[in-house]
Write a protein that binds this ligand. Sequence first.
Ligand code: ATP
Ligand code: MG
Length: 204
Amino acid sequence: MRDERRSIEELSEERRAQQRQELADKRAHRQKGRHGLVIVNTGNGKGKTSAALGMLMRSWGQGMRAVMLQFLKAQTGNWGEIKAARRMGVEIIPLGDGFTWESENLEHDRALAHQCWRLCREKIESGQYDVVIMDEITYPLQYGWLDLEEVLAVLRARRLEMHVILTGRDAPEGLIECADLVTEMREIKHPFERGIMAQKGIEF
Ligand code: ATP
Ligand code: MG
């Protein structure tokens, strides 16, 4: 009887040790596992979109599903990144109409921005992507064309493993607060100041 009780105690101690190990394994797995990040590339210096493209390329190389939606880039533009994406079989979707401050039809730009946001929302909510990039989204947010609270709500409700990257100058405070990784590109020199025009492979 005493031996039997001892063996039950031993067994339950063994079970507890096993449970402790299982918990530790789960914790370690969670730490190693994917944690979706909200990433913001902002500031007045060059490199916000380029850095996002670098992450698009990295994630593509890892066999992840990635998409970049561009709020300002003209649909007719045959940029280097669009040509590369076509060859790689990666989705880059330009939905803008050039730069807004050059545009004469703000209503048209506002409608385009809404159309682009609807598609971003659809892509995020589909849960079918590992990385969703919203390039130059800060501008329609600044102009008040898009509702920041709605954008934040969609970000918060996304699939936990999904990374979302947002680019553009003057990222709003609320977006910075919500983000996990925020980088500010700061301009020190730009060739444009010396009248040097945009260079192929560097700017487009
Ligand atoms: P990139 O697409 O090269 O990573 P970016 O996304 O950081 O740049 P944006 O703020 O989106 O840059 O600006 C769009 C373009 O305007 C870029 O090609 C950039 O080089 C150019 N630009 C940035 N600063 C200046 C400046 N001071 N004068 C003229 N052009 C500029
Ligand atoms: Mg940019």
